[in-house]
Unconditional design. Structure first.
Length: 234
């Protein structure tokens, strides 16, 4: 023991920092994986959306990335996931009531008002849900706070999440951190959209330590699931 250093308790209790990346960088198993698409809806991602109309013109970067990267990439991912049996799940900003009386305090302060069933609550037409795909309406930044998504995912045997959508520095960041803390293996797909290039890059950089961040063109599925591999890399 170094001179002048005293330890309390057993000497065997020594702190350490030993990242185990091999526990996180694992192949996608379709049977236990879900593609989670965050808040790509009319309210926030359509030029006639109420939020867009209220806050005014968003950055050119936002619209270009949304139309050229985010939406086409999500559509490609949906196609591959659906063919391989990966569950496709959506979240939208939406209250459970028509007058939004169930909104969180944060949503009330922020002025987010999306009545149940309104046009603004719908997922963008280009990537809309198919069949009985699940859509969680939420009234908090993190879908894990204001919905029963954790309960539902565990019921379906899902422990891996591929997360994308918008906004990177807001609802996606909240979902990623909560999912990791709840014990999910999280892949942050590098196709999300943020209000500006700077905030998006900064947020994805900080989240990369907690997730397996992958470009959508990378081949990361199991070799036995060629359909998903081809779809993601095409």
């Amino acid at each position: 023991m170094a001179s002048g250093v005293r330890r309390h308790g057993c000497d065997a209790l020594v702190a350490a920092y030993r990242p185990r990346k091999e526990l996180r960088e694992v192949p996608v198993d379709p049977a236990s994986t879900a593609l989670l698409i965050i808040d790509v809806q009319n309210y926030t991602c359509h030029k006639r959306g109420a939020l867009v109309q209220t806050v005014g013109e968003l950055s050119t970067y936002f619209w270009e990335r949304l139309s050229n990267v985010t939406i086409p990439s999500i559509a490609k991912l949906q196609s591959g996931c659906r063919e391989c049996g990966v569950e496709v799940i959506f979240t939208v900003i939406e209250s459970m009531t028509q007058n939004c009386r169930d909104n969180s305090l944060d949503y009330r302060i922020s002025g987010l008002h999306v009545p149940r069933g309104c046009w603004d609550s719908k997922v963008l037409e280009d990537i809309k849900p198919h069949g009985d795909e699940i859509v969680f309406g939420k009234t908090s930044s993190s879908v894990f706070v204001s919905t029963n998504i954790d309960y539902v995912l565990r019921n379906m045997g899902i422990n891996q999440l591929l997360i994308c959508g918008g906004l990177t520095d807001q609802c996606i960041e909240s979902a990623v951190r909560d999912a990791c803390d709840l014990g999910y293996l999280v892949t942050l797909l590098a196709i999300a959209v943020s209000l500006t290039r700077k905030t998006g890059m900064r947020t994805q950089s900080t989240l990369s330590k907690a997730t397996a961040e992958r470009d959508p063109a990378m081949r990361f599925c199991k070799s036995s699931k060629k359909q998903l591999e081809v779809k993601l890399s095409s």
